[in-house]
Design a protein around this ligand. Sequence first.
Ligand code: C5P
Length: 229
Amino acid sequence: MTDTLIVALDLPEVPAARALAGRLHGAVSFYKIGLQLLPIGGMDLAVELKEGGAKTFLDFKFHDIPATVEKATRTVTRARADFLTVHAEPPVMRAAVQGRDGDPHLKILGVTVLTSYDDAMLAEMGYACGARDLVLRRAEQAIKCGADGVIASAQEAAEIRKRFGNALLIVTPGIRPVWSAKDDQSRVVTPADAIRAGADHIVVGRPVNAAADPAAAARAINEEIAAAR
Ligand code: C5P
């Protein structure tokens, strides 16, 4: 088993998320905990999963004044997590890099542009450029700020890889194996296509966490990843 597949534990309660991780043992070694679980014990669950030998991704998408981001990141280092997300604005990324001082093992990933935003929304917010240009600009800034990687769609992944080589880890959500439902994700790609586009890790939620047999779903995705390499 590799750690390429990251399963999003997007469930409403910690006991259900813990039970899902238990069912996935042996098929998955990397878990993402996000804002849904953060206010109700997500950090403690991350510590528990880490102590059990798994890798952990805290998808908290920090976005605040630098002093607060730095202190919040320092707090997060207590979880001994592997990945933490922050919005990919230079002051935010620099503060997070500063705050993880005590734990160089924690990789800071920049969320370049949320995939729910399109060019019209960016214009409404006052940006003079479109999503594609902003993603590439922020990827470059992530490197300059000392961040370790970015969250990017498969489409963006290919372009970031081409332009910046291996300077950044690329973590790609919006993944749907051909056998799964699309849910509310609009621009989806298969695990194989994401790997071929240059993703280092893929984040999968509902195709695994809502499957009748989550471990079987995860094993099928692992096989698809292995075949694409
Ligand atoms: O269930 P699904 O596979 O759509 O879940 C994808 C996970 O990745 C969710 O936790 C979602 O919040 C996250 N995500 C995403 N698109 C982004 C960033 C994160 O779908 N651009």
